[in-house]
Design a protein around this ligand. Sequence first.
Ligand code: SAH
Length: 444
Amino acid sequence: MREIIKAKCSDISSEGKGVVKLGKYVCFVDGLFPGEEADIEILYQRAGVYFGKVKKLYSLSKDRIQPKCKVCTSCGGCQYQQISYQTQLAFKTKRVKEALSRIGGIKTDVLPCIGMDEPYYYRNKIQMPYGKDKRGNVVYGFFKENSHEIIPVKECAIEDKRAASILWDIKELVKQMKLPIYNEDNGKGVLRYVLIRTSYHYPEVMVVLVVSELNFPGQRNFVNELIKLHPEITTIVENENRRHTNVILGPKEKVLFGPGFIKDDILGLSFEISASSFFQVNPVQVEKLYKTALNLIKTEQNLIILDAYSGVGTIGLIAARNAGKVISVEINKDASRNAIENAKRNNINNIEFYCDDAGHFINNMEGELDVVIMDPPRKGSDEKFLSTLLNKKPKQIIYVSCDPETLARDLKYLSKLYQVGYVQPVDMFPMTAHVETVCLLTKK
Ligand code: SAH
């Protein structure tokens, strides 16, 4: 029998779990919020920290709301659907403030997190595995945390609404046409995942069928039927993934219908998005995020701006409109190639692209930089990049971060020479514990 303890939740962790203090130990509990008291079953211990689940709730937080999604407590994607949106934003602001002070030793004002007016159905990309349940029925949804069991999801509360009925009808077509579903254990079968990308600014929808082998049987029929049911689909792509990993897309693809990409706009620039392109998933908030970051640039003539960790070039291309020159560096070859195409597409000529490690690149580059915009992945930047920044001494550094804890670590390093002057969290992922932050650093 596992141990059950009655205790009160005192805080929320950076992953969005309730924090319960048990003497000198800490226990993290999913779906428990500050102020709530519960019987907690201790599940396991890792590195001196306990993890538990709620057995019985004695009191509910006044900030609780009815979640939109029935599986939000089991799917693991949304930590905050049960809590009001205002409270979610307050949690995020607090997370950034505490990380900066605790990890970075930086005491500064943190502005209230910028939220969304409609914080549901925002994601423009959704990918779901297809499989069979215990009774042999075709199901699709999300993998349960740390497992390969599919939790069926009919309508996800954060995905673009156009995706739900397409995913459902694909399941019906699979049954009708007897298309074999891929079996993870023995590698047999065809359909593995379906990925849907929607454009915010245009009536364009892409369906990607991830299969174990290209040219699956009956594909012409399948495509024709799907388009008949959903004329809003503008392109269908088949992607081959033979690997037994969690990576969803494989290297080979074939366009089955339409152009093989959709287009979308960010702040007036146009982007082409293919099956594997990286593209920000919240089209409403990305404009607020980029505006927040770019408004911090001092308006001077002919600025030289570095856009580091540039992805498909979006921030740099927008910055180029008011700059002398933008230099963009990104390590991923495909993203870097997409960035060059995006520049051509928008007739932007004052931007150069380099496919390289950001630290290696900046260490070897000559010439002055006025402004550095950096947007690293969750693990943050590294010493090579940061130490070279301290040598190059750009006037302004604008750090766009998707992880407050690594942000705080990096700011601590930069604070030898730079002052953190402005910290603005932006909510790119409502209903989840993730938070994006824009920081301005100026030379001391
Ligand atoms: N600024 C972009 C993308 C940010 S995501 C946007 O707003 O959409 C972070 C990017 O950093 C990814 O594209 C990733 O491929 C890239 N990256 C990761 N490590 C890198 C490194 N060491 N050097 C350069 N780019 C890197």
